[in-house]
Design a protein around this ligand. Sequence first.
Ligand SMILES: Cc1cc2nc3c(=O)[nH]c(=O)nc-3n(C[C@H](O)[C@H](O)[C@H](O)COP(=O)(O)O)c2cc1C
Length: 290
Amino acid sequence: MELAGIKLNNPVMVASGTFGNGKEYADLIDIEKLGAIITKSISLNPREGNPPPRICETPSGMLNSIGLQNDGLKVFIDEHLKFLSKYKVPVIVNIAGETDQECVELAKALSKEPTVKGLELNISCPNVKQGGMQFGCSPTGTEEIVKAVRKATDLPLIVKLSPNVTDIVQIAEAAVSAGADALSLINTLLGMAVDVKERKFKIARKVGGLSGPAIRPVAVRMVYQVASAVKVPVIGIGGILTLDDALEFFMVGASAVQVGTGNFVDSKTALNIIEGLKSYDLNDIKGCLL
Ligand SMILES: Cc1cc2nc3c(=O)[nH]c(=O)nc-3n(C[C@H](O)[C@H](O)[C@H](O)COP(=O)(O)O)c2cc1C
């Protein structure tokens, strides 16, 4: 199938940050069966991430505060991309910069790599120029960064939206008017958890990103709202563990889905959903509730 100019093996991908850069899962599952691999967010320079503890379990979900730890662009291209180039699986690279310029440089460099079939722009990271506020929290911040990256690349551009906003439709429309070819949503929801015996926060940075089945109803609602409002394809993400979970997203208008936390529960989660989808005609299901 094709989505926004990217040829996918099928409509089920693995979400950024939950599948490493492919290597971690290549011995566990046949990664060529995946619709696509979205790699862990990369920045220009390596990032150490946040201090531990940075993950904890919560009811039907988990909180993480990894802090975009990654090896930086050079190691990503020389090692991780080289590894993935051996497999027949589309690679979509998730980029996260702290300034428009950093995202532009990442997009330019990755556009020269034949293994990269598309970019996913993570606009949930803090914009240092705007005092740490996330790019994706305001329509103007979203429009500026998407416009800049759009100019820097001819690769299909997916913009990944944060749910931590007042009106996701406004942000989605800003991303599309600035040139996004597709939208993916949602990233994690801001949350906190307290260890009541120890009287301290369970995550060193106090605040973390909530993911897993706990966020699925929020994600389904947002995908429904955005798919009703925009013409570009929408990729649904949030708490997908089973075929039925994925079907919920297709029915409210998603053209494809991504499995995130589900990969930690069972490395075969995405493959099981792909297998299950074979008995459905997606054209019949897609958007039937819009
Ligand atoms: C441990 C962890 C690390 C993540 N790292 C990233 C990341 O680097 N970039 C990004 O865009 N999203 C990242 N995410 C968000 C996921 O890609 C996904 O949007 C979110 O977890 C919701 O989907 P899920 O409920 O299926 O996990 C991360 C999520 C988790 C749990």
